[in-house]
Ligand binder design. Sequence first.
Ligand code: AR6
Length: 181
Amino acid sequence: MNFKVNNTVITLVQGDITRQDAEAIVNAANSTLLGGGGVDGAIHRAGGPQILEECKKIRAAQGGCPAGEAVITAGGKLKARYVIHTVGPIWSGGGSSEDELLADAYRNSLSLAVERGIKSVAFPSISTGAYRFPTARAARVAAATVKSFLERTASLEEVRFVLFSEKDYNIYRIAWEETTR
Ligand code: AR6
């Protein structure tokens, strides 16, 4: 499915983020930036060692990446030229600023893309796997945050959401329908 917010096309697809042709793909990383399971493991496997080497340099310079923030590396062997590594919040009931930290993760990823002149960015469903953020709530945060960012910033051509399962695809589709109604 696709539609426009201001100047930017929003695309929702079911698929594997490591295979996307967007200029940047976003990684749901952890604060160490040293890799892990889920989408993080898949991105490091598909992109090869260059990504981890650059993550280690960023760690040496700034000591990891707190929840809500984002850093950027090359994409190594991926089709995507860049990987934006962001860290979502670990769900702990909703009373520990999880919504705000998740919104920060989306917003800071988009800001970094705009700063670098990147035109297309693909996101996975940040925090809804190992970090257990409820998917419907995360999808509403993602849609509201991306929509309000794009209403103020017109330089991105496409923001894509790549959902691993049909179930998640439908959850994000409904969240976007509600947010843009
Ligand atoms: N393409 C698209 N989505 C994927 C892929 C893929 N190849 N693989 C998994 N997903 P998770 P988190 C989906 O756990 O919750 C890591 O160990 C998955 O189905 O990857 O932010 C990190 O190092 C789910 O919907 O990320 C951190 O320690 C979504 O991606 C921690 O997990 C996110 O699940 C981060 O946890």
